[in-house]
Design a protein around this ligand. Structure first.
Ligand SMILES: [Zn+2]
Length: 124
């Protein structure tokens, strides 16, 4: 007798369901499909937006939500995720691009570039 009988419906092909790569948001720590998130990448000693999600090197993901972006900036989570010194500021250009991507769905936030209290340079 053979034990190789397959139950009906069981196919020997190893076709897995499409694997969704999950990434953790550095703002809210929730995990989502990377396709729903905004990726930032480290470039040298600073960071940049990675709109296509395929820049080489270390990356950080956030949900496309202003609260996550604010939390990430407030907690310096981007710097930590990208292994940058905590004192490295989020470049105003990057902040503007991210805010633009987020506010595509909520155009009434009145968000302006580089106006958060974190952006104020207190150096004299
Ligand atoms: Zn989030």
């Amino acid at each position: 007798m053979s034990t190789a009988d397959l139950a009906p419906g069981t196919r020997p092909s190893h076709k897995r369901p499409a694997h969704l790569p999950l990434r953790t948001c550095v703002g809210c720590r929730e995990r989502r499909s990377k396709w729903e998130m905004i990726r930032l990448c480290r470039t040298g000693e600073t960071m940049d937006l990675d709109p296509e999600g395929k820049a080489a090197g270390r990356g950080a993901y956030i949900c496309a939500k202003m609260e996550c972006w604010e939390a990430a900036k407030r907690r310096r989570a981007l710097q930590r995720a990208l292994r940058l010194p905590a004192g490295v500021p989020v470049p105003g250009r990057v902040a503007g691009l991210v805010a633009g991507m987020i506010s595509n769905s909520t155009p009434e936030t009145g968000w302006g570039p580089a106006q958060g209290p974190e952006e104020v340079l207190s150096r004299s």
